[in-house]
Design a protein around this ligand. Sequence first.
Ligand code: LLP
Length: 386
Amino acid sequence: MLSRQLGKRLLAYETPFYLYDTALLRQTLESVVYESRRYDYKVHYAIKANYDDRILSIIREFGLGIDCASGNELRKAIETGFDPKGIVYAGVGKRDHELRYAIEQNILAINCESVEELEVIDAMSREMGRTTDIALRINPDIDPKTNHCIDTGQADSKFGISYEEVLDNVNHIKGLRNLNIIGLHLHIGSQIRELHVFENMCNKVNVIVKNLTALGFELRFVDVGGGLGINYDMPENEPIPNFASLFAIVHNHLDIGDREVHFEFGRAIVGECGELITKVLFNKTTATGRRLAIVDASMTELIRPALYGSYHNIENITSEEEAMSKYTVVGTACESTDVFDENVGLRKTRRGDLLTIKSAGAYGMSMASRYNLHDIPSAVYGDDFE
Ligand code: LLP
């Protein structure tokens, strides 16, 4: 863990800040590229996980495509130099100006999530004298066995078109002349650690692809989304996620001929490469005896614990004390849910000590807010140390 290696050297920086282990990011990218090449799988990076410029330029060097979820994410990817033909754009609610921009950029596919969206893109494309490449994002109705706040592919979810609705509208969809339906897209959820879930996904995809092909759709690729989980409990044990196992499962269970297979990983690429470094401001004990360590970060820098009850491992990286004590680590925001974790075993913690909140590279900085007019946190990169 980079913060452990750097220890007191980090005291030189204004806290709180994100510390990015750029060497680990490169190793993670080497792993995903190496493992995906065995099967010729195409990998996109879900830019929503972290759109830091330096991180994006490292990811670009490894030749990944991009998955984006808004017009601004698409613009960021294009401005960073990603090839538009490697970019997919999903989202239940794309605004008109975002759709027009995506049509103009001639990206790999707009992943459409409703029949109405297909009709709108068809009409816009006609007005613009274009034919737009589309992937149908189908809701596969699969329980991804993850935190329910971040599942996306169950029947009642807002994401994707229901398979039945696609079947009911086959002729209508095929009649939309300014669309080329070239792909199928699905994404069942995030932080999936039970990999057998992906087997169920493959079985569903096999049926959908077979049926849609029989109905006359010419699907060139299937994009099975992201979702591969990371080890929040013990990140040191598994700094690089197990891409090989996931790819092997998909290889063994997906039966879609020679169509391209695409993935869209966010957390698995950047999650373990980032830590949130924060300074202890004060210690106090509540009337009920709870010992609090009040740190200078808050839910405005990392909202996952407050929003989903997510766990991040925390460690004191500057204390020289041997003795451990239990602390509730709380932030500075005016919200009672602004708690990073309860009952954390930490080396005796004093004002001025630095804590690391680990596995914060994904959905940390990208979900930061300015509540309480907090500043957006800065970033420090492993590459800048000797
Ligand atoms: N593709 C699509 C269509 C997605 O919606 C997502 C994530 C991904 C790919 C990337 O998923 P990943 O590989 O990172 O699991 N803020 C939440 C996670 C929200 C995920 C949203 N969609 C969190 O902090 O856990």
